[in-house]
Design a protein around this ligand. Sequence first.
Ligand SMILES: Cc1cc2nc3c(=O)[nH]c(=O)nc-3n(C[C@H](O)[C@H](O)[C@H](O)COP(=O)(O)OP(=O)(O)OC[C@H]3O[C@@H](n4cnc5c(N)ncnc54)[C@H](O)[C@@H]3O)c2cc1C
Ligand code: FES
Ligand code: FES
Length: 478
Amino acid sequence: MIRFLLDQELVELDHTTPDLTVLDWLRIHRHRTGTKEGCGSGDCGACTVVVVSVGKSPTGESRLEHHAINSCITFVGALHGKQLLTVESLATHDVLHPVQQCMVDEHGSQCGFCTPGFVMSLYALYQRPEDTTTLKASVEQALGGNLCRCTGYRPIIQAAERALDIRALAIDASVTGGSSEKDNALMSTLQSLNEEPARIIGFYQPDSLPAFANYLVDNPDARILAGGTDLALEVTQQMRELPSIVSLNAVAELKKTVVTDTYVELGAAVTLTDCMQLLQGWIPGAHELLLRFGSDQVRNQGTVGGNIGSASPIGDLPPLLIALDATITVQRSDQTRTLALQDHYLGYRQTTLQLGEFIHSVHIPLPAPTSHFSVHKISKRCDDDISSVCLAIHLPIKDGVVHDCRLAFGGMAATPVRATKAEGALNGKPLSQTSVNAAKQAIAQELTPMSDARASATYRSQVAANLIQRVLLEVQSV
Ligand SMILES: Cc1cc2nc3c(=O)[nH]c(=O)nc-3n(C[C@H](O)[C@H](O)[C@H](O)COP(=O)(O)OP(=O)(O)OC[C@H]3O[C@@H](n4cnc5c(N)ncnc54)[C@H](O)[C@@H]3O)c2cc1C
Ligand code: FES
Ligand code: FES
């Protein structure tokens, strides 16, 4: 049974296709058509809904968390134990929610197609626990996954700011804020829905590591579902059916994080939103890179393990992780093996993963304070776009000389790769125009990028060389 709340209504599904999306369930099965389908691939935000779950505050108390997600690339099983809110959920007794009213007052509602998605992204922002200043600074980030193709974002941003002012007044008047009795009641309902793991024919979401690992051994054909931001595209873009899915989202062990002075360890199921917050201040450039990873909707669902597991040559985390010499732990049944991430990739979308194996966690050594570390993502658009080229570079410099440097690229080969010849050109010498020229030449010899819709091979090679030049300028400017 898959159990969740739609508003306050308990929904129990025991016969449904495992790859049914939340969008199709809403529109086709429930005739709840406020949520729109624009692209069906997670890019436009027209289908944005909000999912409410029980999370933890930084001090460890249980609290409700509101996350905007793209319903077109979320399977219904992912709703188990959560509350689903759509644009129809917000008004009470015909009184609009402040974000809706402000969209009206600021003329932010420009077309009926995108507006529900904008409203839901703003509602998720409105519900976040941070102070008004922080939330106002996050408006553009919150809207980064909602595309408007008509007159632009200005009135929508004004609506957002006005709604946040109303929210601040409401908190001052203690009308909202803090954990109310209503919140506590919702939390205990959601916790009770989670007492049994989600299971229907073709979809299983076990709630312990042994149950997940054993299921995968017994059902090696089951597709592992993490955030689904890649996997669901097989259904919505390639029109494939996924008859057997096993989700790792209820396995607490896979969400563990460890942060020390010398390394960070992330469970495979840690979301990109959590990863972005965790790495801030520890790995230079990681927060900025992740801010440009998809959108809030994608980061709220997508996971670290999914980004490694999809084995895309243009995934953003692998170059960063390989440049830091990260290792992954892979598990099958109760056996684990650990390997360098760079050795995990064998060819285009091919990895060392064997049937029944899954990525358990990633161990990331932190760069020494004396090293230069930077990461550079080049894409056609700044927000909500995939890399054409991504370079992560780790340059330990001792007594003015580079040693053991690591350069890792995305978009320059069939897999994320190290540019070992370029590393050789930089190692053992002071970083200078001469050594950088040698590194650029080495890159041209050792990496043969492909041409595709994002960029031509020539463009990619030129960008890769330019990025090395940029690193020299960065180091010289310190
Ligand atoms: C609109 C949009 C924008 C995007 N932007 C970016 C971007 O900027 N940068 C970028 O790098 N990617 C981007 N992506 C791709 C995608 O979001 C990422 O690759 C994401 O990290 C995938 O994680 P997930 O948890 O959603 O994986 P899923 O879709 O659940 O899984 C992806 C694959 O990995 C496998 N898998 C998942 N977890 C594990 C595990 N623990 N062990 C073994 N296999 C596993 C799955 O079976 C599947 O084959 C974007 C996608 C969309 C739809
Ligand atoms: S319909 Fe475009 S993101 Fe879902
Ligand atoms: S609001 Fe729909 S295109 Fe601008």
